[in-house]
Design a protein around this ligand. Sequence first.
Ligand SMILES: CC(C)(COP(=O)(O)OP(=O)(O)OC[C@H]1O[C@@H](n2cnc3c(N)ncnc32)[C@H](O)[C@@H]1OP(=O)(O)O)[C@@H](O)C(=O)NCCC(=O)NCCS
Length: 158
Amino acid sequence: MNPARRMRIRRAIPTDIPALLALEKQAATAAHWSQEQYEAAFSSEGPARVVLVIEDSGPEDARVQGFIVGRAVREDWEIENIAVAGAARRRGLGTRLLEEFIDLARGRGAQSIFLEVRESNLAARRLYEKHAFVETGRRKRYYREPQEDAIVYRVEFA
Ligand SMILES: CC(C)(COP(=O)(O)OP(=O)(O)OC[C@H]1O[C@@H](n2cnc3c(N)ncnc32)[C@H](O)[C@@H]1OP(=O)(O)O)[C@@H](O)C(=O)NCCC(=O)NCCS
């Protein structure tokens, strides 16, 4: 069976924050948030965010292997981060997270989804392109450490 099929996706809860931070540390190209920023993502104040995790399905071995976080700005949604554990990459987990996020956003009335990604991050760019995201812009020197342009991708559903 495809390994990604044995995993389950669920909404993240605040006790997942240490796992999210650990995953992010393994992923230099991911967006980096502080513990406080993740806590704010679960708070009822501020913009409403969707955080999904993918984990091994067994009750004993449940281990978060990836996550995606995004938010809605009216009908325009943004993917703010996605990361899969280093050892679990290229097995379809990122695809499952992205597809679940897109379904959820569309189910809630999203007309479009956009995101920014490092220009050199070909793994993520190919993943987005496979899901009909198209390049719509560039933000010069958007990232630091190392400095790099961001490519803006967008998918429209209307
Ligand atoms: C981007 C990321 C989430 C993809 O997760 P993943 O579980 O490995 O992705 P999948 O296995 O579902 O791959 C789906 C497709 O993406 C593309 N892809 C994924 N990794 C790739 C790589 N290293 N090189 C080229 N294409 C790649 C391929 O088209 C792949 O399909 P294929 O395996 O059939 O060829 C993962 O590489 C990651 O965590 N990277 C670090 C964090 C990061 O950069 N996040 C993006 C922030 S904008």
